[in-house]
Unconditional design. Structure first.
Length: 139
């Protein structure tokens, strides 16, 4: 039997191993689910210091790849003004992208924003980004 045979990491092959270094490497390599999960880690302060700006950076990377949960979470940071300036128009746009992919939380966010902004802005948001679609897309 060969002594230099590498053992297989079955957990990693199955995609179950999610240690921080592995997750970060996959995120840096462009995996949108890993980017989303890095955003969650920074938003929650799980295994890393809580940092909403860093969370926004990771969510943005995944959102740019059309990841609906990342679009929703990034929109939520804009909506709440956490780590980013509060911007209901940006939040609405991001929610609309996620809602178009079936994220019902994003649809609810759009509805909430329409109830908070002046009528003129609400009409502009609807004209530019629509009112969203129904469905459910999450990680």
């Amino acid at each position: 039997m060969a002594k230099n045979v590498e053992t297989l990491d079955l957990m990693a092959l199955a995609g179950i191993r999610n240690d921080l270094d592995d997750l970060r490497a996959r995120a840096q390599a462009g995996d949108p689910v890993a980017q989303f999960n890095m955003g969650v880690k920074y938003a929650e302060g799980s295994e890393v210091p809580q940092d909403y700006q860093e969370a926004a950076r990771w969510y943005s990377a995944a959102a740019d790849q059309n990841d609906a949960p990342a679009q929703f979470n990034l929109g939520l940071l804009f909506y709440q003004g956490q780590g980013l300036r509060k911007d209901l128009s940006c939040a609405y746009e991001l929610f609309s992208l996620a809602a178009a992919q079936g994220d019902t939380r994003a649809q609810a966010g759009m509805t909430a924003i329409l109830g908070e902004v002046p009528t003129e802005l609400a009409e502009e948001l609807i004209k530019n980004f629509g009112q969203g679609d129904q469905g459910a897309a999450t990680h």
